[in-house]
Ligand binder design. Structure first.
Ligand SMILES: Cc1ncc(COP(=O)(O)O)c(C=O)c1O
Length: 439
């Protein structure tokens, strides 16, 4: 680690100098506190990015498997999105009036995910928060149910874990919670059907908000039958099922919802769909749409906690239309998934050859290796096997050799511009790192 840290500092004098300069006005020298999480002793400053690569200010070219933690899953500055957005930039950025592209965006989301009505926000976090508010509003119930070790953005109700004896507690690192999440939230481990049944038994849960596979603690896939049980139990207890596809869109053009034939009442997605332009969205069934429309008086519609001046703004509508219909196409997904299979096969081969007690999981065009010999069954299992120091070492080792991984756990994402050579570069660097660790 010492050797790699010294290499990082020696290789990146301009990033280092910019970070020192940034400390004058930016807390810890970064515009958002997450950006201190990178494995080097300072973050890389970026000169430019395009497709699956970026160049830092010291002139190094990187293969980017982080892709802005999915914000750039369409690739950096995809040409079709840029062309459409450039045109709209000159025709009005935000108006609080719809533009025609909003219809194409809604139609395409409806085609992909099957839900009738759509509304737009600026982030996936907002889309989740609004979905929960609306679910509580129309159901008259107070509680929210989430998976243990979930992440749905900065959504107050979701920052909760469940203890071994079934208590809901604030999750580690929860910053300034408005209220104790035990008052708002129930938590169940993914793949635990008896716990789910118990959590829903009182009939006071407005909504169950889940990723269909956990992706934010490390990929944890649903076991066969689990999501069917979720649907059956939520339906039986009148609980609104909200599926958050913000990351699991990697499963295919219609996310896990289409790939696995899920049938949510509401669906949230953000990040990817604008090709990097901020936007989130939530969709819902016709029945829920009618309940929402009937329950919000016109006079109150702008002050009820669901909305936003820039929500649905013109530029974002153009970005969604162009990104979904021209960039993240069915053909692009097919290619991206094939590349993730290649990435997974490469990592598998290295693990098998080294005897490392590790495992690799893939979900569509996203893949991840875990420091455990078999796939995790729950978020808690995955969390127990995490090793922040080892992760940092592997991330830094890769960065020093021009491969960028997501700074949280060991995840890689393919975009339409990722190439086989990019994937093979990762395999090569991963093999070298594992070789040094297990020699
Ligand atoms: C599943 C999921 N939902 C929602 C979000 C929130 O996205 P944003 O930070 O863009 O609001 C994230 C962010 O990582 C996410 O992984």
């Amino acid at each position: 680690m010492e050797r790699e840290l010294a290499t990082f500092v020696a290789q990146n004098p301009r990033s280092h100098a910019l970070h020192e300069r940034a400390r004058a006005s930016l807390l810890e020298g970064v515009p958002m506190n997450w950006m201190v999480k990178w494995a080097g002793s300072f973050p890389l400053f970026v000169e430019s990015a395009g497709g699956a690569h970026f160049t830092d200010v010291d002139g190094h070219d990187y293969v980017d498997f982080c892709l802005g933690d999915t914000g750039a899953m369409a690739g950096h500055s995809p040409a079709q999105t840029v062309a459409a957005v450039e045109r709209q930039l000159r025709r009005g950025i935000t108006l609080m009036l719809p533009i025609e592209d909003a219809i194409a965006a809604g139609d395409e989301l409806r085609r992909r995910f099957g839900l009738r009505y759509w509304q737009f926000t600026i982030t996936a976090t907002d889309a989740n928060r609004f979905s929960l508010r609306l679910a509580r509003h129309i159901s008259g119930r107070s509680k929210v149910l989430v998976h243990d070790f979930n992440y749905h953005g900065s959504v107050d109700e979701s920052f909760a874990n469940v203890t071994a004896d079934g208590r809901v507690v604030s999750r580690r690192g929860n910053i300034g919670p408005a209220v104790d999440p035990a008052l708002t939230t129930r938590v169940v481990p993914i793949n635990d059907i008896p716990a789910l049944e118990a959590a829903l038994a009182d009939g006071d849960v407005a909504a169950m908000l889940i990723e269909p596979a956990l992706t934010n603690v490390g990929i944890v896939l649903p076991e066969p039958g689990y999501l069917e049980a979720v649907r059956e139990l939520t339906r039986r207890t009148g609980t609104i099922l909200i599926i958050d596809e913000t990351h699991t869109i990697c499963a295919g053009p219609g996310g896990a919802t289409r790939a696995w034939g899920l049938d949510p009442d509401m669906l949230v997605i953000g990040k990817t769909i604008g090709g990097g332009i901020p936007v989130g969205t939530y969709g819902f069934t016709e029945e829920i749409g009618e309940r929402i429309a009937a329950s919000i008086p016109l006079e109150d519609s702008d002050v009820g906690g669901v909305g936003g001046t820039l929500a649905g703004y013109a530029l974002s509508m153009t970005a969604v239309r162009a990104t979904l219909t021209e960039v993240l196409t069915d053909a692009a997904f097919e290619r991206m998934i094939r590349l993730a299979e290649r990435w997974t096969a490469g990592v598998e081969q290295v693990i098998a050859g080294s005897g490392a007690p590790w495992h690799v999981t893939r979900l569509g065009c996203r893949a991840e290796y875990h420091f455990m010999p078999t796939p995790p069954r729950t978020g808690a299992e995955q969390n127990a096997a995490s090793d922040p120091e080892l992760e940092r070492f592997l991330h830094l080792y890769a960065m020093n050799r021009r491969v960028l991984m997501t700074p949280f756990h060991n995840m890689a994402l393919m975009c339409p511009a990722t190439s086989e050579a990019d994937v093979d570069r990762h395999t090569e660097v991963f093999a070298a790192a594992v070789g040094e660790l297990f020699e």
